[in-house]
Design a protein around this ligand. Structure first.
Ligand SMILES: NC(=O)c1ccc[n+]([C@@H]2O[C@H](COP(=O)([O-])OP(=O)(O)OC[C@H]3O[C@@H](n4cnc5c(N)ncnc54)[C@H](O)[C@@H]3O)[C@@H](O)[C@H]2O)c1
Ligand SMILES: [Zn+2]
Ligand SMILES: [Zn+2]
Length: 390
């Protein structure tokens, strides 16, 4: 089959890879109709190279039809329309029982000391071939895939795999009080959707980014927007009685703009051989922390930071004195996809309150994936969300 494979830093190839087959009774093979490129894929594209091998299949946002099922998958039939969560979880272990599907004890990548396996997301997460492909194999299909109705466009449901539950969890974890204010840092797909969810729940939302069309897209929906700049913390305080917002959602992650020293460290690490780079990344602090530090600076005393942007350093320097003194509450992690499905599905009707139907800015064939990655990374041509069609 055809798939998008990682071949090296900023090199994606549309290539032939082996056809998948059912390997476990709980597997299914899904015939993909649409698959997204995520901000998390951009970390693989640019920074996380040491954790990938040339030829790894990328991608973790999938909608399609069930093509084949193992004997243990009794809840799905061939032809069903399904969305596949980005994490692989069993649904029946202790952690899944707590709604912590990202910590699934059946799929945890123990030899790396990591949580649940993820599709297309490095050796740290099990090196499972991803979903930017024609027919990915989906393990734990007795639980993971979400059945959705035939009829509406793929855009209606595809975000159940990642963007929607991630934004939903970001808002839940932000603990925004009734009548409270949330600042959302980063207005990529995740930050943008978090704004939509927070507005839908009646909160006051202030959004920060550097990209004009992303700011504008949030502004027209009712977000108060600020352009990221050196004095943005003061601008946020000016809008929040000098006190700061009740909650901050950090939807930027490890490649934040405004961290020159760490950017140099990331670039320097990239020049080392892979095994050494891996050690440096796992033992040292090389995340670009500008957005997280901004969150710590501006959140009001006793407020909550919901960290949804992905980080990868093991010893990042953090201002513990300030965090402790301000009594900040910090919640984070990969989104527990299936935990939020029931809450989100009622918002995916024809009235489309979150306007998912036109959330994507670009629809391209899977074969144009290499160019699509470049477009999204450089935020060219107004690219905010790109969906690919095999
Ligand atoms: N926790 C999860 O389960 C989960 C799931 C999906 C994505 N993510 C992560 O969420 C983050 C955002 O993903 P995305 O798809 O929206 O990607 P994205 O790269 O399109 O969005 C990041 C946005 O942050 C902006 N930005 C950069 N530096 C900034 C700064 N200092 N202040 C404010 N804004 C800044 C960028 O201009 C960009 O618009 C990524 O780190 C991604 O890995 C996490
Ligand atoms: Zn993702
Ligand atoms: Zn489990």
């Amino acid at each position: 089959m055809k798939a998008l494979t990682w071949q090296g830093k900023r090199t994606i190839e549309y290539a032939d890879v082996p056809d998948p087959r059912i390997e476990e009774p709980t597997d299914a093979v899904i015939r993909v109709t649409s698959t997204g490129i995520c901000g998390s894929d951009l970390h693989l594209y640019a920074v996380m190279g040491p954790f990938l091998d040339a030829g790894d299949v990328l991608g973790h946002e999938v909608i399609g039809r069930v093509g084949e099922t193992g004997t243990g998958v009794t809840n799905l039939s061939v032809g069903d329309r399904v969305v596949v969560p980005f994490q692989i979880a069993c649904g029946s272990c202790f952690m899944c029982g707590q709604g912590l599907q990202t910590q699934c004890e059946t799929t945890q990548v123990r030899d790396q000391g990591m949580g649940a396996a993820l599709f297309g997301y490095t050796k740290l997460y099990g090196q499972v071939p991803g979903g930017q492909a024609e027919y990915p194999r989906v393990p734990q299909a007795q639980y993971g895939p979400i059945k959705v109705p035939h009829g509406p466009p793929d855009d209606r449901f595809v975000y159940l795999s990642d963007v929607l539950p991630t934004a939903w969890q970001a808002v839940e974890y932000a603990g925004i009080p009734a009548g409270g204010t949330v600042v959302v840092l980063g207005l990529g797909p995740i930050g943008d959707m978090a704004c939509r969810v927070a507005l839908h729940r009646g909160h006051r939302v202030i959004g920060v980014d550097l990209v004009a069309e992303r700011l504008e897209r949030a502004r027209v929906r009712g977000v108060e927007t600020l352009e990221y700049a050196d004095d943005v913390a003061d601008a946020i305080r000016d809008l929040t009685d000098g006190r700061g917002p009740d909650s901050v959602i950090e939807a930027v992650g490890m490649e934040a703009h405004g961290s020159p020293t760490a950017k140099i460290a990331q670039q320097a690490a990239a020049l080392l051989p892979d095994p050494i780079q891996r050690t440096v990344m796992q033992k040292a602090g090389i995340d670009r922390l500008a957005a997280l530090l901004l969150a710590i600076d501006v959140v009001r005393r006793g407020g909550t930071i919901s960290l949804i942007g992905v980080y990868g350093g093991m010893a990042d320097p953090l201002p513990m004195l300030t965090m402790f003194d301000k009594q900040i509450q910090l919640r984070m992690g990969q989104a527990n996809v299936r935990r939020w499905t029931k809450d989100i599905l009622p918002l995916l009707g024809d009235d489309d309150p979150l306007q998912v139907d036109d959330f994507a800015t670009h629809h391209l064939p899977l074969s144009e994936g290499p160019a699509a990655y470049e477009l999204f990374q450089h935020k060219r041509d107004g690219a905010i969300k790109v969906l690919l069609t095999p």
